[in-house]
Design a protein around this ligand. Structure first.
Ligand SMILES: [Zn+2]
Ligand SMILES: [Zn+2]
Length: 346
C-alpha cells in the first residue's frame, strides 16, 4: 500500500454509500481526556424472572412469551410501524417540495436468538446460531413476499452503548413499504456499477480484497469478513458470501452454516479486542423485496461497533463528522490486523 495511506490525512471513497471518509492516521497518538463509559457486565443468570424475553414471562403489552426452545419470533409490542398507517394516512401534495410526507406501512418483529438469558452470538453454539440464520431467512421470505412490503431489514443492537436495554440475545426485523435510505443508496451504486462495468460491485470488491489480503479478517468456505477500505467505525466489518447471493432465503445449507460459524467467530473475536463485551449494531442488507430479481445486488452484513480504544472509550459522530464527513484515526488496515489477532486468540 502507498505509504501516504498510513501516514498522511486522506479521503477514501465509499462506492456503496457514495460518500467520502476522512482518514487521519497521524492523529492516533493524541491523548484522550474525554468521557469513559461504563460497560455492563454480561448477564450472569440463565433465566431472569423480570426479562420479558425469557421463556414463560409476561411482556409489558400483557402477552406471554411462550416456553420456546429455539429462535422465537413475535410482533413488537411497541412497533415503530404498523399495517394500519397506510389506510389512515394521506400523503401531502406531491407538489409540496418543502414539507412533504407520505404514510408508511410495515411490520416490526422481535427475534429471540436463544431461550438462555446469559448467552450472546459470541457464546452460542454454531448449531444454535444456524437456527437463528434459518429464522432470519424464513422471516425475510415471508415478509418480503407481501405485496405491501418493499424491504426487510434484519438487525441486532448489542450492548447498552448501542441502546439495547435488554441483554437477552435478540434482534429485530423491520419490514417496510418503502426502501430505507441505506439500501436505496446501495441499490443505486450496485445498479450503476453493474451497468458501467458488467461486474457485481461487492463480488468485484471481494476479489480485489482477497488479492490484497490486508483488510481480510476471517474466511471460511462460504463467507468472508473484512474491514472495508472506506470504513468509518474503528472496527467496522463487512461480511460477504463468497458466491453471488441476493437474499438470505437463497442461502444454501452450507452458506447458512458458514454464516453461523462466521457470526460466532466475529462476535467472539470482538469481545477479545478490549477484553469486554463488545457493543455493536449489526444487520443484513438483502436485495429489495420489491419484485425484480436484482442481479446487481450482493447480500451482505455490516457490523458497526462504537468502541475506539478501550472498553470504555467510544467513537462519537460529532463536529466535522456530523457537519462535514465521517472521520477516523486508526487506519482500516491497522484495525484489520488488531481484529485478526483477536480472532486468533481463541
Ligand atoms: Zn431473558
Ligand atoms: Zn449495506
Amino acid at each position: 500500500m502507498e505509504s501516504w495511506l498510513t501516514t498522511s490525512p486522506h479521503r477514501r471513497w465509499n462506492p456503496l454509500r457514495r460518500e467520502w471518509t476522512l482518514v487521519s492516521p497521524h492523529r492516533t497518538a493524541r491523548p484522550w481526556q474525554g468521557q469513559m463509559e461504563r460497560i455492563a457486565a454480561p448477564a450472569a443468570v440463565q433465566y431472569d424472572p423480570v426479562c420479558y424475553l425469557c421463556p414463560g414471562n409476561q411482556r409489558v403489552g400483557g402477552q406471554q412469551t411462550p416456553q420456546y426452545e429455539n429462535a422465537f419470533v413475535f410482533e413488537n409490542d411497541f412497533a415503530a410501524l404498523n399495517s394500519a398507517a397506510a389506510a389512515t394516512g394521506a400523503a401531502t401534495a406531491e407538489s409540496d417540495e418543502l414539507l412533504r410526507a407520505v404514510p408508511e406501512t410495515g411490520v416490526c418483529r422481535v427475534l429471540c436468538f436463544d431461550p438462555r438469558h446469559d448467552l450472546t452470538l459470541a457464546t452460542m453454539q454454531p448449531a444454535a446460531i444456524r437456527r437463528v440464520v434459518d429464522a432470519w431467512a424464513a422471516q425475510e421470505a415471508e415478509l418480503g413476499a407481501r405485496p405491501e412490503i418493499a424491504y426487510v431489514q434484519i438487525f441486532e443492537n448489542r450492548g447498552e452503548m448501542m441502546g439495547a436495554s435488554n441483554p437477552h440475545p435478540h434482534g429485530q426485523i423491520w419490514a417496510t413499504g418503502s426502501l430505507p435510505n441505506e439500501p436505496a443508496t446501495e441499490l443505486l451504486s450496485q445498479t450503476d456499477y453493474l451497468a458501467r462495468t458488467g461486474n457485481n460491485l461487492l463480488l468485484h470488491l471481494l476479489e480485489r480484497e482477497r488479492r490484497e489480503g490486508k483488510r481480510i479478517v476471517a474466511e471460511n468456505e462460504t463467507w468472508v469478513a473484512l474491514v472495508p477500505f472506506w470504513a468509518v467505525w474503528p472496527f467496522e466489518l463487512l461480511l460477504l458470501p463468497t458466491q453471488h447471493v441476493t437474499r438470505m432465503q437463497e442461502l444454501s445449507d452450507a452458506q447458512r452454516s458458514g454464516l453461523a460459524d462466521m457470526l460466532q467467530r466475529v462476535t467472539a473475536g470482538y469481545n477479545r479486542v478490549f477484553e469486554c463485551p463488545f457493543p455493536y449494531s449489526m444487520g443484513f442488507h438483502p436485495a429489495p423485496a420489491d419484485g425484480p430479481p436484482h442481479p446487481e445486488w450482493q447480500l451482505h452484513a455490516h457490523f458497526y461497533p462504537p468502541l475506539l480504544r478501550s472498553a470504555t472509550i467510544r467513537k462519537f459522530m460529532v463536529g466535522f463528522e456530523l457537519l462535514g464527513s465521517p472521520q477516523r484515526d486508526i487506519t482500516p488496515e491497522t484495525a484489520a490486523e488488531t481484529l485478526r489477532q483477536a480472532l486468533a486468540r481463541a
